[in-house]
Design a binder for this molecule. Structure first.
Ligand code: COA
Ligand code: AMP
Length: 636
């Protein structure tokens, strides 16, 4: 192993608190922390408990003060609309101050929650940073979620205000956000006081008098106003990001201010190998954790230029769009999900469009969000001729748990492995009884507590659920809910989730949540939703429904209605398009649906007849139905 990684990891092991205290010095504090870690606070301790800071100050004011004012903070590149805009650090600060002033006038103060339901436009980042400036807590909701998902998040966070846009733009269609927001507010038990709407020229919307305010008018009215950064405790929440749990009720992952800044700032040079001033591009969406950490906070904390890309890897206009953006804006490092590369490869198998662009400044591609299949990594290496680096993390951690750290000197690549744990993480693999398993043996991947700075301290208003979901099963450890193994060289392999969460095009979705939506159909007696392998998206959901007797509709009719129901309730991002009517669902004698076996059948993996099955014949029926839909292959 590279001595550099090994040395740094060892230095963290020998003195974890000293290690993070040193990294904390890279940032500005109103009151620098005297204590690195308080083991008695919170569920497993808290980082920098006596530090006082402000994340917006560290993202903007600090850089303007140190002479980066004219450097681009954001390059907005929107092939879907044709728009392009470069915004300097100084201009960004001015717009954030104007918007923060407007929010303050609307009564937003430290600790208030503000929901953002926004497409990939710079104004979304302005809104995030304006909240951070005031010490308000933002909660960004991905634009591909439907009104009821938005309502759940407004209710759970008890948001005082919502910032939205008149529309998002998907290939071939305009997504009008305002009707979705209006429907969500109508359904909410908790009503926000006001909304602020960015009117986009592609589709303007009606504003409700006295409740809805125009973003551009507020910016104009507040231009030039200065507003100081509110001092916040390092342990105060910066944001809540809802992510899929095993039920339809999402988990509100809480991120604090201090630990988050320290971990992200460190990761920019150690993990991604970037110097301040360089251009970094995370091709994701601000609705996901990758967007929070690596479109917004980490690049700005580190003084980089970040690309805000509103488009798709293919079709906007073609599979050369990524190469165009890299060449045009001199991107040094790109971070995206493997599915984006599978999409590009499908359109342009030899990667010939790359030849049209000068990628000489491009240094590395990082992949995360789902398992990076070796085939995709090797293709990317071949066509791009730069290191292609898999790294593994979760919404909960906010930054890399295991990766190959470019800034510390790359280790040899092992295909299928995101490499080694980062400082801060003592990753172990244990069996269901909590005992360590030998190298090469599959088990539960856990992290010895405490988690490092940047990771979630709790779930919003759900301390009990936090404990139950992550800490209860293996005392002293954080349960990642991923299964995997460590090989003899200490490389980690992440193989699958141990819960009902599936990963569709790098998007984390709950099959339990989809089942709740499907069961809402009046003709469905019972149902199961599983994730099945898909060569493009990694996994896609497949629903199996048993219809009530005496229903006077065709199977096809009900299937269509169920697909529409999930799209309306969860959103298009669920990519729920496959429903199969079955006579019965396979169950154990105690009534548990055998989802894992169904998934194995669908994926053509070896499977064994479970000893506890109630009626073995049902699996044959299910296999036949799957075969009719072209998905079931062989069993044992
Ligand atoms: N607002 C509204 N709808 C959205 C949306 C948004 N922000 N993002 C996606 N959708 C819709 C899509 O239009 C699509 O709708 P459709 O069923 O009408 O076609 C549906 O949600 C599924 O979207 P997606 O999973 O993105 O599939 P896709 O077929 O549109 O594109 C890829 C496939 C691979 C190009 C795309 O998934 C992609 O770019 N992935 C990159 C990975 C990524 O960003 N991961 C995030 C974590 S790192
Ligand atoms: P999310 O919270 O959306 O980031 O999803 C986190 C989950 O995605 C993890 O628990 C893994 O199951 C999966 N995941 C993310 N990155 C990787 C990776 N590099 N390799 C394998 N699985 C990954």
């Amino acid at each position: 192993m590279s001595s550099s990684y090994a040395e740094v990891y060892k230095s963290w092991q020998e003195d974890p608190e000293g290690f993070w205290m040193t990294q904390a010095a890279a940032l500005d504090w109103f009151e620098p922390p005297k204590t690195a870690f308080d083991p008695k606070a919170g569920a497993y301790g808290r980082w920098f408990p006596d530090g006082v800071t402000n994340t917006c100050h560290n993202c903007l004011d600090r850089h303007v003060a140190s002479g980066r004012g004219e450097q681009a903070a954001i390059i907005y590149d929107s092939p879907i609309t044709g728009a392009k805009r470069t915004i300097s650090y100084a201009a960004m600060l001015a717009e954030v101050e104007a918007f923060a002033s407007a929010l303050a006038d609307k009564g937003i103060v430290k600790g208030d929650r503000v929901v953002l339901y926004m497409p990939m436009v710079p104004e979304a980042i302005v809104a995030m940073l304006a909240c951070a400036r005031l010490g308000a807590i933002h909660s960004v909701v991905f634009g591909g979620f439907a009104a009821s998902e938005l309502a759940t998040r407004i209710d759970d966070s008890r948001a005082k205000l919502v910032v939205t846009a008149s529309c998002g733009i998907e290939p071939g269609r305009i997504v009008a956000y305002k009707p979705l927001l209006d429907a969500a507010i109508e359904h909410c038990r908790h009503k926000p006081d006001a909304t602020i709407v960015l009117q986009r020229e592609q589709h303007r919307c009606e504003l409700i008098d006295g409740r809805d305010f125009d973003y551009a008018e507020l910016i104009k009215a507040n231009a030039g106003r200065r507003i100081a950064c509110t001092p916040v405790s390092a342990t105060d929440p910066l944001y809540i990001l809802y992510t899929s749990g095993t039920t339809g009720q999402p988990k509100g992952v809480v991120r604090d201010n201090g630990g988050h800044m320290v971990a992200l700032e460190w990761s920019m040079h150690a993990m991604y190998g970037l110097k301040p001033g360089e251009v970094f591009w995370a091709a994701s969406d601000i609705g996901w954790v990758v967007g929070h950490s690596y479109i917004v906070y980490a690049p700005l904390l580190h003084g980089n230029t970040t690309i805000v890309f509103e488009g798709k890897p293919v079709g906007t206009p073609d599979a050369g769009t990524f190469w165009r953006v890299i060449a045009e804006h001199d991107v040094a490092v790109l971070f995206t999900a493997p599915t984006a590369f599978r999409a590009i490869r499908k359109e342009d198998p030899p990667g010939s469009l790359i030849g049209n662009y000068d990628l000489s400044g491009f240094r590395a591609l990082f992949l995360a969000g789902e398992r990076a299949d070796p085939d995709t990594i090797q293709w990317a290496e071949r066509v791009l001729k730069v290191p292609v680096i898999d790294h593994w993390w979760q919404t909960e951690t906010g930054w890399t748990i295991a990766g190959n750290p470019m800034g510390l000197g790359l280790l040899p690549v092992k295909y299928g492995s995101p490499a080694v744990p980062m400082p801060g993480y003592d990753v172990q693999v244990i069996d269901d009884a909590g005992h360590p398993v030998p190298a090469g043996t599959l088990g539960n991947v856990v992290v010895k507590l405490p988690l490092p700075p940047g990771c979630l301290p709790t779930l919003w208003n759900a301390e009990e659920r936090f404990h139950e979901s992550y800490l209860a099963e293996f005392p002293g450890f954080y349960k990642t809910a991923d299964a995997g193994f460590v090989d003899e060289d200490g490389y980690l392999f992440i193989m699958a989730r141990t819960d009902d969460i599936i990963n569709v095009a790098g998007h984390r979705l709950s099959t339990g949540g989809m089942e709740e939506a499907v069961s809402g159909h009046p003709d469905v007696a019972e149902c199961a939703v599983i994730g099945i392998a898909d060569s493009m998206k990694g996994q896609i959901p497949a629903g199996f429904i048993v219809i009530n007797s005496g229903v006077d509709k065709s199977d096809e009719e009900i299937e269509k209605e169920v697909v529409k129901l999930v799209r309306d309730q969860i959103g298009p991002v669920a990519a729920f398009k496959m429903v199969m009517v079955v006579k019965r669902l396979p169950k154990t004698r105690s009534g548990k649906i055998l989802r894992a076996t169904m998934q194995k059948i669908a994926d053509g993996e070896d499977w064994k007849m479970p000893a506890t099955i109630d009626d073995p014949g049902i699996l044959d029926e299910i296999s036949e139905v799957m075969a009719k839909h072209g998905i079931a292959r062989k069993g044992d």
